[in-house]
Design a protein around this ligand. Structure first.
Ligand code: GRF
Length: 214
């Protein structure tokens, strides 16, 4: 007899742009590789290409434009109200280009994850690929982590590495890091969905063992 199937982990995904990571998650669910379901996709930008990707997959979409709110806290409270209507077990930041209020981060503590295009803790923030080249690093990559209040911080779930080649540019690095991200993010969500990854006291446990990089 085959083992019982893992029930799908309900997700809400937040985006701002292209949504290629959202697409990777949609595809991994469609192939059966990822036991999850996307309840809704929320974008802060109406023109985000990722919204079309969600619509093509018959996922409900919402646009929440920050211009209608007087400050970050008010906007984030509206985002939380919207997310909470869906009762997700995991909130997935997939290129959501906004700094989050502490209130939002604490509200979803332990069930809010992000993907960042660098080997954290190196290169938090923007322009990571150019900064890797400027520093002369020989390796680069992407990180999936639980979110904590400080920007691009929090216990690391998974990292994927690539070598930096002598002829690399920021554009070639971005392309190869994206390829890594598209494998890494569905895999990290799968580890959470199957209960293999857990966050306890700010430490990530994989199969019951604390990960050293957290
Ligand atoms: C990715 O590089 C991700 O690491 C960063 O934003 C980018 C989003 O790309 N947080 P996409 O919208 O998923 O194509």
């Amino acid at each position: 007899m085959s083992p019982p199937a893992t029930p799908p982990l309900p997700l809400v995904v937040l985006i701002s742009g292209e949504g290629s990571n959202l697409q990777a998650i949609i595809d991994a669910i469609a192939t059966g590789a990822l036991p999850a379901c996307i309840l809704a996709v929320i974008s802060n930008r109406a023109e985000a290409a990722g919204l079309s990707r969600a619509r093509r997959a018959n996922i409900p979409t919402h646009v929440l434009d920050a211009s209608g709110y007087t400050n970050r806290e008010q906007y984030d409270q509206a985002v939380m109200r919207l997310i909470d209507q869906y009762h997700p077990r995991l909130v997935v930041l997939a290129g959501f280009m906004r700094i989050l209020s502490d209130e939002l981060v604490y509200h979803y503590h332990g069930r809010l994850i992000n993907i960042h295009p660098s080997l954290l803790p190196k290169y938090k923030g923007l322009n990571t690929h150019q900064r890797v080249l400027d520093a002369g690093d020989t390796e680069h990559g992407a990180t999936v982590h639980f979110v904590e209040p400080e920007l691009d911080s929090g216990p690391i779930i998974l990292q994927g590495k690539i070598p930096v080649m002598p002829d690399d540019t920021a554009a070639t690095l971005q392309q190869r890091v994206h390829d890594v991200e598209h494998r890494l993010y569905p895999e990290a969500i799968r580890l959470i969905a199957t209960g293999r990854v857990q966050l306890r006291n700010h430490t990530v446990y994989l199969d019951g063992n604390p990960l050293e990089n957290t």
